[in-house]
Write a protein that binds this ligand. Structure first.
Ligand code: F6P
Length: 327
């Protein structure tokens, strides 16, 4: 389907994720190739409301493919959550003659885009950019691969000191509602136990597992805890375990925002490039209000509502596998 789209805007919103810059680059370069005028909106929906837009040329996105963060900055906008805020945003897009938008972000970003698209007539395409990997309609989100590589590198270092001191380490990784980072970090770092938001584990179960390890003379142990674990974060779980099972000297490490920064991995750069490129193509094909993803190595499209609401749980069978492999 041919469209009248001539001017498009791109922005990043919510938590930043390594690879967002590579996606911006792909959007700008493909849009330029297609003779579109492309604008960058600064600081996500906040900048949209304030009309903070800058024209982007091909040269503006040179030398950013390898950089973490986002050159367009990002924010979590409270004002955009109000109907008045969204009206201001729409008026400001119209004032700049913007025909369509490309939103790079996660769950909150697409929830906003979904509501906006029902209130105002302007096509949106979403690019999944969040380290959490919690969106349906794509195998991986931008930044997830980099985040787990960063977390695994950190856990490898903790492993050295845990081993030297015969300690039990609780390592907290990000993931407020989602256990993908914890599960994959746990498997990749060979951790003994993994606690994720999607599974209601309990401390007794964990202690039994640790006891099994101790019985076979395991001298140290690593437990990966997702920040959104229902029983509490690493600090709380460590205290509870220490009270009931003091076989090991117990320590806690919270990796935190380290996971959000750094140069994107090769996988994230390639994914970001494919998604950015695909988003521009999609707009020109007349698609709207969908998220572009890569599923089974094929570019695919999912309506915002489905991408946000369809549960995307980590494979629980993998938790069992991780525990067996760690015994
Ligand atoms: O959504 C990405 C994420 O990194 C979550 O894993 C984490 O809970 C949250 O963002 C932290 O957000 P903020 O940087 O605003 O504290």
């Amino acid at each position: 389907m041919a469209t009248d789209i001539k001017r498009i805007a791109v922005f990043t919103s919510g938590g930043d994720a390594p690879g967002m810059n590579a996606a911006i680059r792909a959007v700008v370069r493909n849009a330029t190739f297609r003779d579109l005028h492309i604008y960058g909106i600064m600081r996500g929906y906040d900048g949209m409301i304030k009309g903070d837009l800058t024209r982007l040329e091909s040269k503006d996105v040179g030398n950013i493919i390898h950089r973490g963060g986002t050159i367009l900055k990002t924010a979590r906008s409270k004002e955009f959550m109000t109907i008045e805020g969204r009206k201001k945003a729409f008026d400001s897009l119209r004032a700049h003659d913007i025909d369509a938008c490309i939103a790079i972000g996660g769950n909150g970003t697409f929830t906003g885009a979904d509501i906006f698209s029902k209130e105002h007539d302007i096509p949106f395409i979403g690019i999944p950019g969040t380290i959490d990997n919690d969106l349906a309609g794509t195998d991986n989100t931008i930044g997830f691969d980099t985040a787990i590589n960063t977390a695994i590198e950190a856990v490898d270092k903790i492993r050295d000191t845990a081993d030297s001191h015969n300690r039990l380490f609780f390592v907290e990784v990000m993931g407020r509602n989602s256990g993908f980072i914890a599960l994959n970090t746990g498997i990749g770092s060979g951790a003994g136990s993994i606690l994720i938001p999607e599974r209601q584990g309990n401390v007794e179960e964990l202690i039994n597992h640790l006891k099994k390890g101790a019985a076979r003379k395991k001298l140290f142990s690593l437990v990966i805890v997702a920040e959104g674990n229902p029983g509490g974060g690493a600090m709380k779980i460590a205290e509870e375990v220490q009270e009931k099972f003091d076989h090991y000297d117990t320590k806690v490490a919270i990796i935190g925002h380290l996971q959000r920064g750094g140069s994107p991995t090769a996988a994230d750069r390639v994914l970001s490039s494919r998604l950015g490129f695909g988003a521009v193509d999609a707009l020109l094909e007349g698609k709207k209000n969908v998220m572009v993803g890569v599923v089974n190595n094929q570019v695919s499209f999912t309506p915002f509502e489905e991408a946000i609401k369809t549960p995307k749980d980590p494979e629980k069978e993998l938790l069992r596998m991780a525990e067996i492999l760690a015994l």
